[in-house]
Design a protein around this ligand. Structure first.
Ligand code: ADP
Length: 608
């Protein structure tokens, strides 16, 4: 029964620090991008720990000569040579302690920066590796908090543990050991204080940890709401609800502050109990000094030394309280980081990847089924068709019919749940996944993302070794050159955060140039619609038509406008995840089926 309860408590509190660390290390050891760093980091930590132990040893030892000095001076006939030797030992021990302290500080600095570089770099590497689904579900704010904040808290915990808590524990341990050399009764008092304090800390933790969890939950809600406000400011303004949203924010903040006040009151109460242990021990120490008169002549040196040692040791007890707080935050952060690192990738690089001698861009969808992991219904069912190299295929259908999902499968964001997608006769799951994305396929989505930097940088990002001439050529093909040269600094014009200084159509054309620069075998264009004004639409359209006419790449267009469809070699009409019709624009018009109906709806302005 008792055992069961223990197991339950344990599963509720989650894995311990050790389990988490072991799990994390295992993941990192199996990852070649980071595994080489780990032995170096371990060596650095071990080196820091050695300096730390020495540092604390010398800090306690520094006081030792005080006893001999006082006893000698109190002697009936003090020996000056002895006193001078003790004075000299003061200087020597202090100097050694100083050197050790500096070395420890240096070692700590190197270790912490190294660890920071590892966590920070690896955390972001893992983040970029996560599936598109995960990125779609988690906004920028959530990602920031998941990676950056968690890494910082984890760092703080390690820093606190290595350079505050362990030194404090070492200081108390060394004090206890040194006290043994001057009187076992003082050593016992020190040990008893240490054990009682540790038990009190455990009890305090039981009270404070649930409160901390609640506090973190409230803080997360505040951060989430704040990020919503920042994200949706335009909508809030448009519906005229600035004050309502600010009030909601205020009430969240008020609730948090009231809760924090109560939590801190409880914490202070608990910490007072902990410091009662220290006060009692201090009182007992001086009672012991007084009682020692009963069995021996009072030794002033011993009283000063033991008093000072214990006094300094007592001041270290308080350092555990900080650790409790940081440890709890760090553990929670670590759990989240480990969970993130353990997320299974939606697609895997095959064990023996294949790469044909030439990729022409022949694409075949063979009886493709697909269901999203959390969905009850299939997004695609039995879709089969072929796109010959250098042709253009337009995908048509009402919203939600499966166009983006089909193109997602061609990018291998997911693997089909049935059937297969073949490129030049090779199943996508067998192709070298990384090389496929880097060399064979380019995507221009509606929502163009630009980096903070120049236009040149934003086009070149898809092929870093491209020359300026290559970039300009790609921009010409995308009809982007004409507006770029009119910018204040031409290709060296800064685009601002996510291209704030450019129009939707300009961003689209930069994205097309970026996609073409790599000379891919397959190009997916998610045609931008409402975001573009008529003139921009026309220029984007012209660049797409030009691409189709040049016949250098297999093009798939998620078509929202029928003007694009007319120049395509074939039109694939999807209906509720199934292939409804396929043919040229003229053939489908003649067939007078779903395509003709959709077209009629567009003419009347009913198609979304
Ligand atoms: P289209 O691009 O034609 O508008 P989609 O391919 O985006 O359609 O969507 C096809 C179906 O799959 C829709 O029913 C949509 O709700 C569903 N769907 C799309 N993305 C997801 C997802 N990440 N998880 C679950 N269902 C999804």
């Amino acid at each position: 029964m008792l055992r069961n309860r223990k197991t339950k408590d344990r599963s509720e509190s989650g894995p311990s620090l050790r389990e988490n660390l072991t799990g994390l290390l295992k993941i990192m050891q199996n990852d070649p991008t980071i595994s080489d760093e780990l032995p170096i980091a371990k060596k650095l930590i071990a080196k820091s720990m050695r300096w730390l132990v020495l540092n604390e040893f010398f800090l306690v030892l520094q006081l030792y000569p005080v006893k001999f000095f006082i006893d000698e001076i109190n002697h009936d006939a003090p020996n000056v040579t002895k006193l001078l030797l003790i004075s000299f030992s003061f200087g020597v021990i202090h100097k050694i302690s100083d050197v050790v302290n500096k070395q420890m500080a240096l070692s700590r600095n190197t270790t912490m920066w190294r660890l920071w570089r590892i966590w920070w770099g690896y955390g972001h590497r893992v983040l970029l590796r996560l599936s598109t689904d995960w990125h779609t579900l988690n906004g920028t704010g959530e990602k920031e908090s998941l990676v950056s904040k968690n890494i910082l808290k984890f760092e703080n915990m390690i820093d606190e543990l290595m350079f505050n808590t362990i030194p404090a524990a070492l200081r108390i341990t060394f004090t206890t050991l040194f006290l043994l050399t001057v009187g076992w009764v003082y050593a016992i008092l020190s040990l008893a204080t240490m054990v009682t304090y540790a038990l009190m800390v455990r009890k305090t933790e039981g009270v404070l940890e649930p409160l901390r969890k609640k506090s973190r939950k409230r803080m997360k809600a505040i951060e989430r709401f704040g990020s919503e406000l920042n994200k949706n400011w335009r909508t809030i303004k448009e519906i005229g609800r600035e004050e309502d949203f600010s009030d909601q924010n205020d009430s969240l903040l008020l609730g948090f502050c009231e809760f924090e006040e109560k939590r801190h009151k409880t914490a202070m109460g608990q910490f007072m109990h902990q410091s009662d242990v220290v006060s009692a021990s201090r009182m007992l120490l001086y009672a012991l000094f007084s009682l020692s008169i009963l069995w021996q002549q009072p030794q002033l040196g011993l009283i000063v030394l033991a008093g000072e040692w214990m006094g300094r040791s007592y001041s270290n007890f308080g350092r555990f309280a900080d650790f409790q707080q940081r440890m709890s935050e760090g553990l929670e952060s670590m759990r989240e980081l480990v969970a993130l690192m353990c997320l299974p990738p939606t697609v895997q690089q095959p064990a023996a990847p294949i790469w044909p001698s030439q990729i022409t861009g022949r694409v075949e969808f063979k009886d493709v089924d697909f269901r999203y992991p959390d969905a009850t219904e299939c997004a695609l069912t039995g879709v089969s068709f072929v796109a010959e190299p250098y042709t253009a295929t337009a995908l048509v259908g009402s919203s939600g019919c499966g166009k983006s999902t089909l193109m997602g499968l061609l990018q291998r964001l997911h693997d089909p749940t049935g059937g297969s997608v073949l490129v030049d006769g090779v199943g996508l799951s067998e192709l070298d996944y990384n090389r496929y994305r880097r060399e064979a396929i380019s995507v221009v989505s509606q929502d163009v993302q630009l980096f903070d930097g120049t236009i040149m940088h934003n086009i070149r990002v898809s092929k870093p070794d491209a020359t300026d001439e290559d970039v300009i050529e790609a921009a010409r093909l995308a009809y982007a050159d004409e507006f770029i040269v009119k910018q204040p600094n031409g290709y060296n014009t800064e685009v601002g955060e996510n291209g704030i200084r450019l129009s939707g159509g300009q961003k689209q054309r930069i994205a097309i140039a970026r996609a073409l620069l790599r000379k891919p075998a397959i190009l997916i264009l998610d045609e931008a619609t409402s975001a573009l004004d008529a003139i921009s639409q026309q220029r984007v359209q012209e660049s797409i038509n030009d691409l189709i006419e040049r016949r250098e790449v297999t093009i798939f267009i998620i078509a929202h406008r029928f003007s694009t469809i007319e120049s395509a070699d074939q039109v694939v009409v999807l209906d509720d995840g199934r292939l409804a019709e396929i043919g040229t624009h003229a053939e489908l018009q003649r067939h007078n089926g779903l395509y003709a109906r959709l077209r009629a709806m567009e003419t009347k302005g009913l198609l979304d």
